[in-house]
Write a protein that binds this ligand. Structure first.
Ligand SMILES: *Cc1c(COP(=O)(O)O)cnc(C)c1O
Length: 400
């Protein structure tokens, strides 16, 4: 153990780039915080252009959160009430919540031990669904070629929940640009941090026009979006206004971070792969491989505990925490928002999803921000390996 080094702080985000200050000062001076006050080039509008260019999409709409982006995406698809929306059973509780908010019904699809969608269950359940919402949970990308082939053959629209996948690519293409719509988060635990915020991207002008109006572009504020102007008049006054707009202050915090995305992706991937290699040398831990078409952009690491019973897995999490590294085992921590059996707000929650449950009961989650040094990554990796050895050494010694 590298006892000379203190346990690294994995919770703080990176400082917001200094360039944000001057812009925030200007906004505070002028009081120009609402995206539709200025006739053009409001910070939110500039962010939309810059983000669309960065990600390679025609249109972007910045909103108050990724959950709002998911909700507006479902509304913009104009699905009938109670439409069945297929989502992976391993995701954050806000995702089935967005489906319910849009007056649709979440249908949960099994996830395998590699955290990705079980394509057999997906294909079977797809027949009963009108839309698909793929959560790339913790950035883990499911087989988008297989998903798009199945959905395109049935003309089923795909929304990508890329909340935690900014910078991840699939066959060289940015995650979030493969489905009909992609949604990203700027909440503080994501790659770009504005405290709160979200953005949706699409190449579909009709779709983004509907989302723009419903996000709160009342009257003729749609004029301030560079979208095909002929789309809007037919929509005027036909859609509800849900007011989920982004403030100029959030855009001022986000814009200077976009230039840091590429570096954060490279550093985060290097940290992840370094720690993964160390954990994979332990008999007690296994980091699932990425799919061949995927390039990851991780800011955390997930791994499965091997050869441990439930008591030993809990003891491992306690031991790692005592050594300074917080481990969340999704299915073992109380009231975890990523364990589907806690989503009791879903009307017809399935009695069980054995594959997803088995994964959640042994999958560990450890934060690994891109800003960590190699020594800090080593501290985390060695603490995890030592915690497993301590617990399993004792178990074997006492014959439990
Ligand atoms: C964070 C996250 C969300 C929610 O994003 P908000 O911006 O907080 O609404 C949804 N899905 C996934 C996979 C996430 O990681």
């Amino acid at each position: 153990m590298t006892s000379a080094l203190q346990a690294p702080n994995v919770h703080d985000a990176e400082p917001i780039p200094a360039e944000a200050r001057a812009e925030i000062d200007r906004l505070l001076q002028s009081g120009d915080l609402f995206r539709y006050t200025a006739p053009q080039d409001a910070p939110v509008a500039l962010l939309e252009r810059e983000f669309a260019d960065l990600i390679g999409a025609r249109f972007a709409l910045a909103v108050s959160s990724c959950s709002a982006a998911l909700f507006l995406s479902l509304k913009a698809l104009d699905l009938p009430r109670d439409a069945r929306v297929l989502i992976p059973a391993f995701t954050f509780a806000a995702v089935p919540s967005a489906v319910l908010h849009a007056e649709c019904r979440p249908v949960l699809c099994e996830v395998g031990e590699n955290y990705r969608i079980d394509m057999t269950d997906f294909a079977a359940k797809l027949e009963t669904c009108q839309a698909v919402l793929i959560s790339h949970m913790r950035g883990h990308t499911s087989d988008m070629d297989a998903i798009m082939a199945l959905c395109n053959a049935r003309s089923i629209p795909v929304i990508e929940d890329a909340a935690h996948s900014l910078g991840t690519t699939w066959n060289g293409r940015n995650i979030g640009t493969i489905g009909r719509i992609g949604c990203f988060s700027f909440q503080s635990y994501k790659l770009v941090n504005a405290g709160e915020g979200g953005i949706l991207v699409t190449d579909d002008a009709e779709l983004v026009a509907r989302a723009i109006i419903m996000s709160g572009a009342y009257e003729h504020n749609w004029n301030k979006h560079p979208v095909l102007r002929e789309v809007f008049p037919a929509l005027q006054n036909t859609l509800p206004l849900y007011n989920q707009r982004m403030s100029n202050l959030s855009a001022a915090v986000i814009r200077p971070q976009l230039g840091h995305v590429a570096r954060r992706v490279v550093d985060g991937r290097a940290n992840h792969d370094h720690v993964a290699a160390r954990l994979n040398r332990s008999p007690w831990m296994q980091v699932p491989d990425k799919l061949p078409a995927e390039e990851r952009a991780p800011d955390s690491i997930q791994f499965n505990l091997e050869g441990m019973d439930e008591g030993e897995r809990s003891a491992f999490a306690d031991q790692a925490e005592a050594m300074g590294v917080k481990v969340q085992i999704f299915g073992l921590s109380a009231d975890n928002a990523r364990a589907f059996w806690n989503w009791r707000f879903i009307p017809d929650l399935p009695a069980d999803l054995p594959s997803t449950r088995a994964m959640l009961m042994r999958a560990c989650d450890v934060r690994l921000p891109a800003r960590l040094t190699r020594a800090e990554c080593d501290f985390i990796a060695e603490a995890l390996v030592a915690a497993a050895e301590t617990v399993m050494g004792q178990s074997r010694a006492y014959g439990t």
